[in-house]
Design a protein around this ligand. Structure first.
Ligand code: BGC
Length: 756
C-alpha cells in the first residue's frame, strides 16, 4: 500500500506547492497522475451553502436545510441535539458532494455589536467549547469534515481583515483560545480555519505561535490549517508559520513563490512536505466517504423545528403563555408573514422550505380568529399609519402577538451593528400596542441582544426566537401554544444599555488596532465583577413549569486538583407540565494569586422531567475547572485553597453553594529574580526559607531605620512591596556585603535548592 510518505516522495516540487493552495474557490488541487482527488469545502456553519459551480465564489447555492444559527443552538445547552444537528448537516454534505463543512464558529461574543455574533455560540468559552465539540463529533461521525473557525480572536467585523487585536496572554488562553482548545482536544476537527485579523501584531495566517506552537504542538491538532478565504498575505511566511492550505484558489503567483523559495533555500522543503502530509491525510480521509444520493428534506426540516423550539428563550412571562385558546388574536408585525431566520454573509443558506410563522400559528389556533397588521416596513423606516392599523386590531383582540425582527441587513458578516436598538418604528409600535392591549406577547427575531428598556415593562411576555432557521415559524407556534415547553437559556448576557457592555471603551479600536482592555472580564464575568445590573443574565430562561433544587452533594470536600470532584444535585419538576431544566455549575475561587472573575461556568446539564419527577444530576469538575492560566509560569495552575461551587438555574439565580478545598499537586518553578519584592520572597516557600534569618535581623534594623513615626504609614505594608534589593540598599552600611552580592547569593541558594 502506498503511504502518504511514499506519495510525497513521488511528488514534484510544483505539485506540492499546488496542493497547498486551492484549485478553485471551493476545491483543493487534484493530482491525477498520483491518484490524489480534490476535496470540496462549503459553508457553514448552520447549513450547507454549496455552490454548484465551484469556480464561482459567490452564487446562489443548492437548496439545503437552514438550521437555526448558533445563538439559537447555543441557547439549547443541549450537546446531544448539537450532535444530531451535526449528523444531519453531514448527511446534506454527502448528498451535495461536500467533503468539509466550514464550521462551527467559536469566537467569543466580546461585544454584542459584532455583526457576526449570530454565527457564534456564546460569551463563555466553556459553553462554546462543549457545544462545538458535539457539533464536530456529529458531523465527523458520518465521515464529513469540519472547519473550526475563526482561529483566533476574530471578535468583530469592523476592519476584520486587518485589525490587530492586542490581547494579553492570560486573556488569550482563558477566554479567546479556550473554546478552540476544548473542541480540538475533544473532537479533533479535520480542519481549523485561521482568522483574517492580526493577534498581537502578527496576522493569524503568519502566526507561528498560534498555528504551530499552540494549536499543533501543545494541543496536538492533527488536521490541516486552512486560511480564511483570502487571509493569506505572504504564502511563504504562512507556510513557515504552520498554515497548510491557502483558500480560495487558484493563485498561481503564490504557488510559484513557494517553488522559488524552496529552490533558493528560503523555505525548507521539509516545511512544505509537512503541509502536504497534513493535506493529503485529510483529502484521503474525505475520499473514504462516498458522496451523492439525497437527504431527507422533511426529516431535517422537522429537526430544524425541534432545535429552534429548544433554543428559543422565554425571557419574560406574566402567565399569559402558554396561550389558553384565545378566540381573537391580533398578529402584528411583518416577520409573522416574512420570517427573519438567518443572517447575512457566507453562512446564508438557500432553504429547502420556509415555514410562515402566521400559517403555523393558524394551524394551532383552531377556530380562533386571526387578524393581521404589518406594523413596520422592511426598510426600517417610520410609518405612523402602520402603527395605527396595528393598534386598531390589537384593541379588539383577546391577545396581541407582536412579531418583531431586526431589519434584514442589520446583522451580517462584514460589518458590525451600530447600536443594540430595535428601529424607532418598532419601539413606537410596541409601545402603542401594549398601551391598548396589556395582553401582548413580543416575539423577537435577531441574532444578538437588543435593548428593551423602553418597552419591556408593557409586554406581558417576551420570547427570544433568534435567527430560528427555516422551520422556526412552526417552533414559535409550538412554544406559544405550549406544545413545546420552552427550555432555552441565554448563552449571552442581555445588557440594559450599550454603554454597560464590557468592551464599550475598547471597541472598535482605532489606528488599525483594538486593545482588549477589559481582559478576562467579558460577558457575565464583567457584569458580576462590576455589579452592573443587566436586562437578562447569562443562563436565564423561563419555563411553563418550575424546578426545585435540593440535596446538593460533592464527592469529596477536600480533593487533589488532578482528581477533580463531582457535584450532584436533585432537580424536581414542581409544576404541572413536563419540562427541561438546564443546571449550571459555576466555580468561584475564594482567594487567588492573580485576579479572577467572581465565578465561571465549568459544568452544565440539561435534564428532562415529568411533573413531580426528581432526577439526580451529577456534574464532574476536573483540574481545568479550578485552574487559571498563569502568564509567568506559562501554564495552567491551581492553588491550594477553598472554592465555592455555585449550582444555579442562571448566573444570577444560584440555588445551592458547596465549599470544597483543593490541594494543588503542582510543583511550580521558582519565579524569584533580582527585582522581586519582599512580599514575593516571603510568599515563596523557597525564598522564605533562605531569607528568613536575614529577614529577622533586617526587620529590627528596618524598624529603626525607617522609624515610621510621623509618616502616617503602615511600615510593614510599605516595606513589603519594595524590591528586596532596594530595601537592602537603604541599609547598605550595616550589611556584611553589597546588596547585589547578598541578593545574588540568596538567589543562588534558592535555585540550587530548586534544582537539587
Ligand atoms: C468567512 C468564512 C467563510 C469563508 C468562505 C469568509 O469570508 O469569514 O467564515 O467560511 O469566507 O465563504
Amino acid at each position: 500500500m502506498t503511504t502518504i510518505n511514499d506519495l510525497i516522495k513521488k511528488m514534484t516540487l510544483e505539485e506540492k506547492a499546488a496542493l497547498c493552495t486551492g484549485a478553485t474557490p471551493w476545491t483543493t488541487t487534484a493530482i491525477d497522475r498520483l491518484g490524489v482527488p480534490e476535496m470540496t469545502f462549503s459553508d457553514g456553519p448552520h447549513g450547507v451553502r454549496h455552490v454548484e459551480d465551484v469556480n464561482t465564489l459567490i452564487a446562489t447555492s443548492l437548496p439545503a436545510t437552514c438550521f437555526p444559527t448558533a445563538s439559537c443552538t447555543a441557547s439549547t445547552w443541549d450537546v446531544d441535539l448539537l450532535r444530531e444537528m451535526g449528523q444531519a448537516l453531514a448527511e446534506e454534505c454527502i448528498a451535495l458532494g461536500v467533503d468539509v463543512l466550514l464550521g462551527p464558529g467559536v469566537n467569543m461574543k466580546r461585544t454584542p455589536l459584532c455583526g457576526r455574533n449570530f454565527e457564534y455560540f456564546s460569551e463563555d468559552p466553556y459553553l462554546a467549547g462543549q457545544l462545538a465539540a458535539s457539533f464536530i463529533e456529529g458531523v465527523q461521525s458520518k465521515g464529513v469534515g469540519t472547519s473550526l473557525k475563526h482561529y483566533a480572536v476574530n471578535n468583530q467585523e469592523y476592519q476584520r481583515l486587518t485589525i490587530n487585536a492586542e490581547v494579553d496572554e492570560r486573556t488569550l488562553r482563558e477566554i479567546y483560545l479556550a473554546a478552540f482548545e476544548t473542541a480540538v482536544r475533544k473532537a479533533n476537527p479535520w480542519t481549523v480555519m485561521c482568522a483574517y485579523n492580526k493577534v498581537n501584531g502578527t496576522y493569524c495566517s503568519e502566526n507561528h505561535k498560534l498555528l504551530t506552537e499552540i494549536l499543533k504542538d501543545e494541543w496536538g491538532f492533527e488536521g490541516l490549517v486552512v486560511s480564511d478565504w483570502g487571509a493569506v498575505h505572504d504564502r511563504v511566511a504562512s507556510l513557515k508559520a504552520g498554515l497548510d492550505l491557502e483558500m480560495p484558489g487558484p493563485r498561481p503567483r503564490r504557488t510559484q513563490a513557494v517553488v522559488e523559495s524552496v529552490r533558493s533555500g528560503v523555505l525548507d522543503e521539509a516545511v512544505l512536505d509537512e503541509a502536504v502530509r497534513r493535506i493529503l491525510s485529510i483529502v484521503f480521509k474525505a475520499a473514504e466517504t462516498p458522496k451523492g444520493g439525497a437527504f431527507d428534506i422533511a426529516a431535517h426540516h422537522a429537526l430544524a423545528r425541534r432545535i429552534a423550539a429548544e433554543g428559543m428563550v422565554l425571557l419574560k412571562n406574566n402567565g399569559i403563555l402558554p396561550l389558553k385558546n384565545p378566540q381573537h388574536i391580533a398578529v402584528i408585525g411583518r416577520s409573522a408573514e416574512t420570517p427573519y431566520f438567518q443572517g447575512g454573509g457566507s453562512s446564508h443558506i438557500n432553504p429547502t422550505l420556509v415555514d410562515s410563522p402566521f400559517r403555523e400559528l393558524q394551524k394551532l389556533a383552531g377556530d380562533a380568529e386571526l387578524s393581521y397588521a404589518e406594523g413596520y416596513r422592511a426598510d426600517g423606516g417610520s410609518d405612523q399609519a402602520l402603527i395605527e392599523q396595528a393598534v386598531e386590531i390589537a384593541r379588539l383582540a383577546d391577545v396581541a402577538l407582536l412579531y418583531i425582527a431586526l431589519p434584514e441587513s442589520k446583522e451580517s458578516e462584514g460589518y458590525d451593528r451600530a447600536d443594540l436598538d430595535l428601529t424607532p418604528q418598532q419601539v413606537a409600535l410596541i409601545k402603542a400596542v401594549t398601551a391598548v392591549q396589556p395582553r401582548t406577547v413580543v416575539i423577537l427575531n435577531n441574532g444578538a441582544p437588543v435593548v428593551m428598556g423602553d418597552w419591556i415593562d408593557g409586554a406581558a411576555a417576551v420570547l427570544e426566537a433568534w435567527m430560528m432557521g427555516q422551520a422556526g415559524g412552526g417552533a414559535i407556534a409550538d412554544v406559544l401554544y405550549g406544545r413545546v415547553n420552552p427550555s432555552g437559556k441565554l448563552a449571552e448576557t442581555f445588557p440594559l444599555r450599550l454603554a454597560d457592555t464590557p468592551a464599550y471603551l475598547n471597541y472598535p479600536g482605532g489606528n488599525g488596532e483594538v486593545r482588549y482592555g477589559e481582559g478576562l472580564f467579558i460577558g457575565y464575568r464583567y457584569y458580576d465583577a462590576r455589579q452592573i445590573p443587566v436586562q437578562f443574565p447569562f443562563g436565564h430562561g423561563l419555563s411553563y413549569t418550575t424546578f426545585a433544587y435540593s440535596n446538593p452533594k460533592v464527592s469529596a470536600t477536600t480533593f487533589k486538583d488532578v482528581d477533580g470532584v463531582s457535584v450532584s444535585v436533585d432537580i424536581t419538576n414542581t409544576g404541572k407540565v413536563a419540562g427541561k431544566e438546564i443546571v449550571q455549575v459555576y466555580v468561584s475561587d475564594r482567594k487567588s494569586g492573580l485576579v479572577r472573575p467572581p465565578k465561571e461556568l465549568k459544568a452544565f446539564a440539561k435534564v428532562s422531567l415529568e411533573p413531580g419527577e426528581t432526577k439526580t444530576v451529577t456534574l464532574p469538575l476536573d483540574f481545568r475547572a479550578f485552574a487559571y492560566y498563569h502568564p509567568a509560569y506559562r501554564q495552567w495552575i491551581t492553588e491550594d485553597g477553598e472554592f465555592d461551587l455555585l449550582i444555579g438555574a442562571s448566573s444570577a439565580d444560584i440555588r445551592c453553594t458547596l465549599t470544597v478545598t483543593l490541594q494543588s499537586t503542582l510543583k511550580l518553578p521558582c519565579l524569584l529574580h533580582r527585582e522581586s519584592t519582599l512580599r514575593d520572597w516571603l510568599e515563596d516557600p523557597r525564598g522564605q526559607s533562605v531569607l528568613w534569618s536575614l529577614f529577622q535581623q533586617m526587620s529590627t534594623q528596618m524598624q529603626e531605620a525607617f522609624g515610621g513615626e510621623g509618616t502616617g504609614m503602615d511600615m510593614s505594608g510599605f516595606l513589603m512591596d519594595m524590591p528586596l534589593l532596594s530595601l537592602l540598599e537603604f541599609q547598605e552600611n550595616m550589611l556584611p556585603a553589597s546588596p547585589d552580592e547578598i541578593v545574588d547569593g540568596l538567589l543562588a541558594q534558592v535555585y540550587s535548592k530548586e534544582n537539587g
